[in-house]
Design a protein around this ligand. Structure first.
Ligand code: GLU
Length: 290
């Protein structure tokens, strides 16, 4: 199997040094393995994605010396694929509609402060307010948020009880070469019934990323450590959907002088800003320690 990896930015702001590091790492690893580096535009959040940021992504990455096969996969072109997958999961009885707002969830947890609530890689672990009783009818209003019944999903993909379930994958990130695993009870406790279709969006980050990695034949996911915790969700979804699990490589994060992780709003660290100031691609590589 040829080493295939990808860089998957969201066009919601300028690429900064952290993105440059991620894209260069993925690209360099693919080159060293004689494999393929792919680009994917993660633009499902239509309220935040902008064509100008997408154009800037292509421009910055080309300037950095990166190349990828065309056409580029764009998630906004794949909504029918996501919808079909959600229909299939619905037909398997593994999804339910959820009308809770954030406030309702906090109230259900009777948590005065967010700090007191159980949280995992997808945020607050949903208390199950809208989850229908087994066998009860499930209504699916148009455009509603759809949650995965995680216990039912674990049972569906292992054919056994949640307490006996265990999912494994390979992690090769810096200093963490290991065989990673998550158990059924850990998934229920730390992930819970996650949203697979956001209200009015028809998909979610987790569903799209798993379907797209499989559709693009990605064998190695190279991305920042900030997404390491989400991997357990992705591995569960891969099992549920009969998709292969790639090898995961979560790399170090590029931080600012105060040790804070860079965010899209850190325009001062935007690649475009360094370019405008006369930096070369070699300067960018040096700045991120490559
Ligand atoms: N689109 C995600 C981001 O910009 C990355 C997704 C991934 O690499 O799995 O943070």
């Amino acid at each position: 199997m040829t080493f295939t990896t990808r860089f998957a930015p969201s066009p919601t702001g300028p690429l900064h040094l952290g993105h440059a590091y991620s894209a260069l790492r993925a690209h360099d690893m693919a080159r060293a393995a004689g494999g393929t580096f792919l680009l994917r535009i993660e633009d499902i959040d239509r309220s935040r994605a902008r064509p100008q940021w997408e154009a800037q992504i292509y421009d910055d990455l080309h300037w950095l010396g990166l190349h990828w096969p065309e056409p580029v996969m764009r998630q906004s072109d794949r909504l029918p694929v996501y919808a079909r997958t959600l229909d299939a999961l619905w037909a398997r009885g593994l999804l339910y509609a959820c009308t809770c707002r954030r406030r309702d969830i906090l109230d259900a947890l009777s948590a005065p402060q967010e700090g007191a609530v159980p949280t995992g890689p997808d945020g607050i672990v949903y208390p199950g307010t809208c989850r229908p009783a087994p066998g009860a009818p499930r209504a699916r209003p148009e455009g509603a948020a759809l949650r995965l019944d995680v216990a039912a999903a674990i049972a569906a993909c292992t054919g056994g009880p949640v307490r006996a379930a265990r999912f494994d994958w390979r992690e090769t990130g810096e200093g963490q070469e290991s065989h990673a695993a998550v158990t059924g009870p850990e998934l229920v406790e730390t992930v819970g019934d996650i949203v697979l279709a956001r209200k009015g969006m028809g998909t979610s980050y987790h569903l799209s990323v798993v379907l797209d990695d499989a559709a693009q034949g990605v064998t190695h996911v190279v991305r920042g450590q900030d997404l390491a915790e989400a991997t357990r969700i992705h591995v569960l979804l891969q099992h549920l959907l009969g998709l292969p699990t790639p090898v995961y490589h979560h790399h170090r994060l590029i931080r600012d002088a105060d040790g804070k992780r860079l965010a899209k709003r850190d325009d001062a660290r935007a690649i475009a800003t360094y370019r405008a100031e006369g930096a070369t691609p070699a300067d960018i590589r040096a700045m991120v320690g490559l």
